[in-house]
Design a binder for this molecule. Structure first.
Ligand code: ZN
Length: 152
């Protein structure tokens, strides 16, 4: 199941976490207004907390978010859209750029990361847009625990 989301300006954290789960998610603040509405036109699922947007996009697939709490928001999206753990691709996408990250050769990223990280890891990924380097770390473990909790 390939899902595309568009989050309104009040839902930045939710957008970030949908990207962590691997879903293509545009965030209103990242785009010009024109581009954001263009994105909506290609049938993204609208995520909003705003009544006027709910009305305006009543012909779209839409989740009207009711909670202020991130975990509750994520669980609402998962429940209403029917997302299963197998639909997710955790840590496959740049949190900032919303594009898939790619494998990186350790030798190519050596000068971009701390020596001790290079010494203990042999698997690296990078975002070709912002050049950020990713490796399996403690943050990933904490995030994975949070993701598992979402599907309890
Ligand atoms: Zn990036």
């Amino acid at each position: 199941m390939t899902l595309y989301f568009a989050a309104d300006r009040t839902l930045g954290k939710l957008a970030k976490w949908l990207r962590i789960l691997g879903f293509d998610t545009t965030f209103e603040i990242d785009d010009s207004a024109e581009l954001f509405y263009e994105h909506l036109a290609i049938n993204r699922i609208v995520l909003t907390r705003t009544g006027t947007i709910k009305k305006q996009f009543s012909d779209h697939r839409l989740v009207f978010i009711t909670s202020n709490y991130l975990d509750v928001q994520l669980k609402q999206v998962i429940a209403e859209i029917g997302i299963r753990p197998a639909d997710t691709r955790p840590f496959s996408r740049c949190i900032d750029c919303n594009i898939p990250i790619v494998d990186a050769d350790p030798d190519d990223v050596r000068c971009l990361i701390p020596d001790y990280i290079y010494e203990i890891h042999n698997e690296f990924h990078k975002c070709v847009q912002c050049n950020r380097i990713f490796w399996p770390g403690s943050h990933t473990k904490r995030s994975l625990a949070r993701i598992e909790h979402l599907f309890d």
